[in-house]
Ligand binder design. Structure first.
Ligand SMILES: *Cc1c(COP(=O)(O)O)cnc(C)c1O
Length: 388
């Protein structure tokens, strides 16, 4: 192979390109119909009532926290095995972050540990206001268990479904918010579908959707019904909250809408390729991704784990060999609590052993709809070379 086989890659068609070009002619570069329609269409696809499009999922997570009134003195808990954005959203709001270690089989936040931690937190009056459940690699978290705990301990639930557009949980689409207050999706180019940069927040709660829309638009409204005093005229607007400019452009909206038409084909392609890895790699001395029977993954990632965790150098050697053979392996994630920003807040290596063991042993193989059979067989061959 001369070219690097990347771990994730966007898949753009002529139709997608046309949709973006049309925006240039339309007269609306931002604040037009496309971004709004994209938000609604994402909500429709995952059977949620409202969808608000934003410039990226990080912004959507921030807005979701603000809309749920997270602030100083509050706590947000999430998984350490995630992208930093799932935790940073709390710090943006001046709240505290803590983590709940992962289940060694699913790599998702472990509801049993969540319960233990809640029992302790209740005793010291340090319960979280929000728990962010991250559907790692596209595999849904045990939402039913998390929801039950949220009822008992009174916290809100945000689903970070950046990896999981198109996944299902108990036969229903992730994002339907049956067991959460809001769900956030990312449309960064490596994700399931792309709008270049982009995020959508979906919810069933009308007030939450309105507040999110407001906060992503400077906190400004032009709707006389929302104003605190009568409108002065057609030019009038009011700033009701300190919001942000987190808007999605029309280019992003148009690209997202066009990509969304291919969602099920993309997810299907990912599942087929994951199935090929499942079959072809099963005799190697590695742990393949385990699928919880309640969920069907969207396979944003295909993580494999070495069966020994004592030598990170060993993993570094293997991944270097694969990269030299142009197999674009990657590592997701370095446990968030070990990042210098979080160490400065008092976290340290050793705090969340399952996430750390996962980090020491694992890496992800290339997986995306454009990965050809030939490329995939090459990846498999190279894995066989370095792993046996
Ligand atoms: C990609 C990602 C984000 C951030 O998404 P952006 O759209 O890049 O801001 C947040 N959480 C997870 C789990 C992600 O994978």
């Amino acid at each position: 192979m001369n070219k690097m086989i990347r771990y994730g890659e966007q898949c753009l068609s002529e139709e997608d390109k046309q949709a973006v070009l049309e925006v240039l002619e339309s007269g609306w570069l931002t604040q037009g119909p496309k971004a709004q329609a994209f938000g609604q269409e994402v909500a429709h696809q995952c059977q949620a009532e409202f969808g608000v499009a934003m410039c990226n999922a990080t912004a959507a997570l921030h807005v979701a926290c603000l809309a749920l009134d997270l602030g100083k003195g509050d706590r947000l808990w999430t998984s350490p095995n995630t992208f930093v954005a799932s935790a940073n959203c709390a710090l943006y709001c001046g709240a505290q972050v803590d983590f709940v270690d992962i289940c060694p089989k699913t790599y998702n936040l472990d509801p049993a540990r969540l319960e233990e931690k809640l029992i302790d937190a209740k005793k010291t009056n340090q319960l979280p206001k929000i728990v962010v459940a991250v559907h790692f690699a596209g595999q849904p978290c045990d939402m039913n268990a998390i929801f039950k705990l949220s009822q008992e301990y009174g916290f809100k639930v945000i689903e970070d479904a950046s990896h999981a557009l198109g996944a299902t949980y108990q036969g229903e689409p992730v994002g339907n918010c049956r067991y959460s207050d809001v769900t956030v999706f990312s449309f960064h180019p490596v994700k399931i579908i792309t709008s270049a940069e982009g995020g959508v927040l979906v919810t069933h709660q009308k007030a939450l959707a309105q507040k999110s829309h407001l906060l992503a638009n400077h906190g400004i409204t032009r709707d006389p019904d929302q104003m605190l005093e009568p409108s002065h005229g057609p030019w009038y607007y009011q700033q009701l909250a300190l919001g942000f400019n987190y808007r999605m452009t029309e280019f992003q909206g148009a690209l997202g809408l066009s990509q969304l038409k291919k969602l099920s084909a993309f997810v299907q392609a990912r599942r087929q390729r994951a199935h090929i890895y499942d079959t072809e790699l099963r005799t190697l001395p590695i742990t393949l991704p385990w699928q919880h029977p309640d969920g069907v993954s969207a396979y944003h990632l295909y993580p494999i784990q070495l069966q020994r965790d004592d030598h990170i150098e060993c993993k570094a050697k293997l991944t270097t060999a694969l990269l030299q053979a142009h197999v674009g392996v990657n590592l997701l994630y370095i446990p968030v609590h070990t990042q210098p920003v979080y160490q400065r807040l008092g976290f340290k290596w050793g705090d969340f052993p399952c996430a750390e063991a996962y980090y020491r042993r694992s890496f992800v193989l290339p997986l995306h709809p454009k990965l050809t059979l030939e490329e995939q067989h090459y990846v498999i061959e190279q894995c066989q070379n370095v792993l046996t």
